[in-house]
Ligand binder design. Structure first.
Ligand code: DGL
Length: 263
């Protein structure tokens, strides 16, 4: 069991912000990363579509005998984790729930959340943070274009920088002590965001999430002690663009194209 793979997925390169932290803490695991670029952006999809997409991905990982699956995607963690979590025999780690607990443990008064439409409409961050700590005011803002901007490496276009600034300015009116980057694509924007305000205001959940997973894998005696394989990277479309956009967190030179619907 210990040398069975760990599956990691997202709609694209966003999950690499998590993967790059995870591989530091659990370097010997046999990773399978799936970037569902054909279906991105997830944030503009309905709950029914997201259930069907996530089911296909979990079935794919099941066919690879994964011992655990990392939902390096807030949109599916927020909307479909609760529905699918009991259906599989492997461990499933959702990012939104771990990040919420981490934030709730701090004594903040005002916390902002930037995330996709689907995540914001689910209010998963607000509900989850307030279930642990009802004193925190949670201000949620949807950023519907940001994941697409990152996936296509368009973040340096002046009109995109202007839009990012406008959204940030609006959020700052709430006086947040922290702003959660509640979509795994958004840490790719940290440089741009921090030209307008102090970098330390932003929380990238990747670190606390990877830490939580590593502790749980070790505690459950599931850790792989010897390195057997290099990580495998799959995408559902456009491997070239994935490779170009990947480099900030983990340069993936040659992701393999795969059609998981036929598996
Ligand atoms: N990176 C994902 C998330 O954390 C999905 C972004 C998208 O495809 O809209 O929400």
């Amino acid at each position: 069991m210990n040398n069975n793979p760990i599956g990691v997925f997202d709609s694209g390169v966003g999950g690499l912000s998590v993967f790059s932290e995870l591989i530091k803490l659990l370097p010997n695991e046999n990773y399978i990363y799936f970037g569902d670029t054909k279906n991105m952006p997830y944030g503009n999809k309905s709950k029914e579509e997201l259930i069907s997409i996530a089911t296909r991905i979990f079935d794919f990982f099941e066919s690879k005998n994964t011992k655990a699956v990392v939902m390096a995607c807030n949109t599916t963690s927020a909307t479909v984790y609760d529905i699918l979590k009991e259906k599989y025999n492997f461990k499933i780690y959702p990012i939104t729930q771990t990040a919420s607990k981490y934030i709730a443990d701090k004594n903040y008064s005002n916390v902002g959340v930037f995330a996709t439409n689907a995540t914001i409409n689910s209010h998963a961050y607000q509900k989850s943070i307030n279930s642990y700590n009802s004193k925190i005011n949670v201000f949620e803002t949807a950023c519907p274009t940001w994941a697409y901007i990152v996936e296509n490496k368009l973040q340096n276009k002046p009109e995109n920088i202007a839009e990012i600034k406008k959204t940030l300015d609006k959020m700052r009116k709430n006086n947040p002590e922290k702003i959660i980057l509640g979509c795994t694509h958004y840490p790719y924007l940290i440089e741009i965001l921090s030209t307008f305000t102090d970098k330390n205001i932003f929380v990238d959940p990747a670190k606390c999430f990877a830490q939580h997973i590593a502790e749980d894998i070790k505690y459950s005696n599931l850790e792989n002690k010897t390195k057997d394989y290099e990580p495998k990277f799959y995408v559902s479309s456009n491997p070239e663009q994935f490779s170009i956009s990947s480099e900030l967190f983990f340069k993936v030179a040659k992701p393999q194209l795969i059609d998981i619907s036929s598996i």
